[in-house]
Every structure is written in C-alpha cells, then in structure tokens.
Design a protein around this ligand. Structure first.
Ligand SMILES: CC(C)(COP(=O)(O)OP(=O)(O)OC[C@H]1O[C@@H](n2cnc3c(N)ncnc32)[C@H](O)[C@@H]1OP(=O)(O)O)[C@@H](O)C(=O)NCCC(=O)NCCS
Length: 389
C-alpha cells in the first residue's frame, strides 16, 4: 500500500502521489451538484422533496475533480428493538451514467455511507446485493445471514380525491371564463374571476399532491382490518374453530410491554420508558412512509402479532416507483401454525399495493424462506447483507 511505504521511508517518494479519495460532502450541496450534473432522472422537484425527507437520504459520490460520479440512497428505519434504535437500509447504488463513471469506486463509497449511518446513530446497515458483488461487501466487514424475498404488486391507482376534483373544476372554470372574456368582450370583472379560479385550482392541486405523497400509507392503514384464522389445535374449516383478529396501527397508548414481548420473540427487545416508546413511535409515523401494524383478538386481549412496512422512493426511477420493505414479522408462539402469519403478510402486501408500491421486499433467515414462499413471495437472487456497529 502506498501509505505504508511512505511511512517506512519518509524521505523517499516510493509511490506517485495518491489522488484524493472520492468523498461525500454535505447532503444539500450534493443535491445541488447532482442537479448541475443534469442527470435527467434527478429532477429538481424530486431532489427538493428528498432534501426535505428526514428518513430517506440521497448521497452523491464526488470524484477527485469534484464531479459527481455515483449516487446512493439510504433509508433510515427507526425501530423499537434494542431500546429504540435505527437501521440504515442502503437501497440504490449506481454510477451516474450521464457522466464518465470510470472513477466510480463502490467500496470507498460504501465505507463512507457506513460512516454516515454510524453518524445517524444506526446500529446496523443492511443492503441487498447481487451475487457477483457479495465478496466485495464481505471484505468490507458485511456479513451474509439473510435471504431476500420479494413480490411484484399491482399498485392501486391514485383515487381522485376532493382536492384533485377541485383543481380540475377550477382549471375548467378559469379557462372558460378567460375564453368568454376574450371572445365576447366581457367586463374586467370576468378576467379577475378567471384569475381567482386559476389560483384556486393551483392551490388545490399543490395541496392535493402533498397530501397524496404524505398520506397514502397512513390512509391505507387508518381503518382497522379484520382477519379470521384457525384456532390453536382446532379443526380446520369449522366455524367454532376460528379466531377473529383486528389488525391496526400500533399507537402510543398501547402497552409497550406487550409489543416488546412480541419483538423479543424475534430479536433483542428490552423494556423502555413510555416516553421513549412514544418518542420512537412518533419518529416511525412522522415520515408518512412507515407504519407498524399489530394484531389483537377482536373481542379484546393482548397483541398476538406484528409487522412493519417502510416505503422507499426509488430515486433512479425519478421517485415514481415505490418499494415496500417489510420488517419485524412476529406471530406469538401461542398462535403459530394457525395461518395468522400468512394472513398478516397478505394484509401487509395489500396495504403496500394500496399505498402505491410496485414491489415488496424483505430479508429473512433461510429457515423462514419457505414460510414467505407459502405466502406467495419468491426468492430473489440478491443476498441480504448486514454490517453491525
Ligand atoms: C415465521 C412466522 C411468522 C410464521 O407464522 P405462522 O402464523 O406460524 O405461519 P402460518 O401458520 O400462517 O403458516 C403459513 C404456511 O407457512 C408454513 N410455515 C410457517 N412457518 C414456517 C417455517 N418456519 N418454515 C417453513 N414453513 C413454514 C406453514 O406450515 C403454512 O403452510 P401451509 O401453506 O401448508 O398451510 C412465525 O413462526 C414467527 O413469528 N416466528 C418467529 C419470528 C420470526 O422468525 N419472524 C420472521 C422474521 S423474517
């Protein structure tokens, strides 16, 4: 290595000067640089909305001459595991094709992303990697423990909510008034009315776009959902041997001990104060792209299952493609084998489609892969890698 040689022989320049390594600078500066780079997939609107997003960050790698050469996105997922922690998902890593990509150095880039995740207080970084790249990641300290499974979804079409209808009506009214004003020589008041209509239409459509972006996942989970599963040890197919459960969003007034008991069947989930629980739950729902669902008996009783959805906007698809990451699936020991796990996954997939996602993905141990296949998902050729701090 060049640096080691120079340390041993300080007076002799054994190697040519080493070019400064690629670097990541402050996020907002990188975004502006990316716009300058004129990558058409990175529209100013997308970059502006991502810059305001506290949970999904975009990083651009700058080469030695300061030009952007690669891009990656990192999705931060606050969890209630481990006393309330955060996981970083590195989702997209790609050379920027409109630029010379010869200096795209993914190991350096990845190491710097890992540093960013550490700075964000994450306890691990996870990423799905194609087989050809696995070795490079293992050399950086990543471990391969999980398999990736996925399912293509048919995203629900965006409904035409009131605000969109108002925007449309405003535009039609403004256009008609203007035409009438010009051709029929109507008084100035008609022009003013047309301008007022067009402003109303503009305001309604802007408010509607913001509402759709922020609330589709929250809307899709706003009403509790009923599912019916077998009873433990019951005879399949008989009415008496079914249990009706309600699936709904976890809320701050829930017993955090009950939720943590479920999580403890999956990973380390020590108790936490109610304040910490509420604070972390606020972070979860604050982005509008992340919900935790829980199942409980419809006639009351403790929580018996849980699952999480986190939505990623694919930047390289101009932010138009949404991908749902499914996390922290647990069915309480007392109800396993009754079909609850499958019903929960099917509900999460339906919610993801309703929220506009075109794909759902999750990582699992090889022992659980068959369960997800029984739920209609398929094994992807990517490996789920993790690096723990
Ligand atoms: C994995 C888990 C969620 C499954 O829940 P469940 O309610 O027992 O599953 P279901 O009863 O709905 O099973 C659906 C089907 O998958 C099969 N199945 C369930 N778990 C399986 C497993 N680990 N391996 C293979 N098949 C499995 C069932 O036999 C059933 O098959 P069928 O279609 O022939 O009826 C549950 O065992 C659990 O919470 N485990 C501990 C936490 C965990 O590992 N979570 C997964 C994190 S990725």
């Amino acid at each position: 290595m060049g640096f080691a040689s120079r340390a041993l022989e300080p007076t002799v320049e054994v190697n040519p000067p080493v070019a400064p390594p690629p670097r990541i600078s402050a996020r907002d500066r990188l975004l502006r640089r990316a716009v300058k780079a004129d990558d058409r997939r990175l529209t100013p609107e997308l970059l502006a909305s991502l810059a305001a997003d506290r949970m999904q960050h975009v990083y651009v790698l700058l080469d030695a001459s300061g030009g952007p050469c690669a891009l990656a996105t990192m999705l931060l997922e606050p969890k209630l595991l481990r006393g309330g922690t955060t996981v970083a998902h590195v989702c997209e890593m790609s050379a920027i094709p409109t630029l010379a990509s010869s200096s795209f150095a993914s190991p350096e880039f990845l190491l710097q992303l890992v540093e960013e995740a550490r700075r964000e207080g994450c306890y691990k970084v996870i990423t799905d990697v194609k087989p050809a790249s696995v070795d490079a990641f293992l050399k950086l300290g990543f471990r391969q423990a999980q398999m990736a499974v996925e399912k293509e979804l048919v995203p629900a079409p965006q409904r035409l909510p009131h605000l969109a209808a108002a925007a449309l009506a405003g535009t039609v009214a403004a256009g008609s008034l203007m035409l009438a004003g010009v051709y029929l020589g109507l008084p100035a008041r008609v022009h003013s009315a047309a301008i007022a209509c067009s402003w109303l239409a503009f305001a309604a459509s802007a408010a509607n776009a913001a509402r759709l972006r922020a609330n589709r996942l929250l809307e899709a989970t706003s009403v509790p959902h009923r599912i019916r599963v077998g009873s433990p040890g019951g005879q399949a197919g008989t009415e008496e041997d079914t249990t009706t459960l309600t699936v709904r969003r976890l809320c701050a007034s829930d017993s955090h001990a009950a939720y943590l008991e479920l999580l403890a069947q999956l990973s380390v989930a020590p108790s936490m104060t109610s304040e910490r629980f509420a604070e972390q739950l606020e972070r979860v729902e604050g982005s509008g792209a992340h919900v935790i669902l829980v199942a409980e008996p419809a006639d009351g009783g403790p929580l018996v299952a849980c699952g999480t959805i986190v939505i990623e906007r694919r930047v390289l698809e101009r932010g138009q493609l949404l991908v749902a990451h499914i996390e922290d699936i647990v069915v309480d020991k007392s109800l396993r084998g009754c079909g609850l796990g499958r019903a929960l996954i099917q509900h999460l997939l339906a919610v993801a489609a309703e929220a506009g996602c075109a794909r759902a993905t999750l990582n699992c141990t090889p022992e659980n892969a068959a369960f997800y296949q029984r739920c209609g998902m398929r094994l992807s050729d990517a490996a789920g890698l993790a690096l723990y701090f």
